[in-house]
Write a new protein. Structure first.
Length: 164
């Protein structure tokens, strides 16, 4: 049976093999052109961070954390030495993670649709953190967004809004 480590090894080995075959099959004049073109690249790099880049980085960071947590929970589920209670708790946590992920994306699209604002939403227990990509920060719009989000839940949620 192939485990993750073997699968990664095979994937990386395949990529290296394909690149080496490409390098060998590449005519020498094209190779020298590639090398000469690579030397003329300047070292100056312009970086402009936009508002959407901040939201994308928050999403990527959140997705990585969720993926790590889900991997740990799946390992617990597959562990033969774990008790039924531990496996059941891990399964419940996996379900809640998936439900929260769905709620987060639904709320983000709702805020975008109703208020025309791009945002990042993180749900943890009964707390909802909303990061909005806008320089217009007003209490009225924040209250409207809080009301819009709270309408989606039956129980009282603690909603915080941060403008970036």
């Amino acid at each position: 049976m192939i485990n993750k480590q073997n699968l990664w090894f095979l994937t990386l080995f395949s990529i290296i093999l394909v690149l080496s075959v490409y390098y060998i099959a590449l005519p020498s004049d094209k190779l020298s052109n590639l090398i000469n073109n690579g030397e003329s690249i300047s070292d100056t790099v312009n970086t402009n961070i936009t508002e959407s880049d901040v939201l994308v980085s928050l999403r990527v960071e959140n997705d990585e954390a969720i993926l790590k947590e889900m991997t740990d929970l799946q390992q617990t589920l597959l562990d033969a030495a774990a008790s039924a209670e531990v496996k059941n708790n891990a399964y419940e946590k996996l379900l809640s993670i998936n439900l929260n992920k769905g709620k987060e994306s639904t709320l983000e699209s709702l805020v975008l649709k109703n208020h025309k604002l791009k945002c990042f939403i993180k749900i943890k227990d009964d707390k909802i953190n909303v990061i909005i990509s806008s320089k217009d920060s007003s209490y009225e719009s924040a209250n409207e967004i809080i009301r819009t989000i709270q309408e989606q839940f039956d129980e009282k949620m603690y909603i915080t809004i941060k403008y970036q």
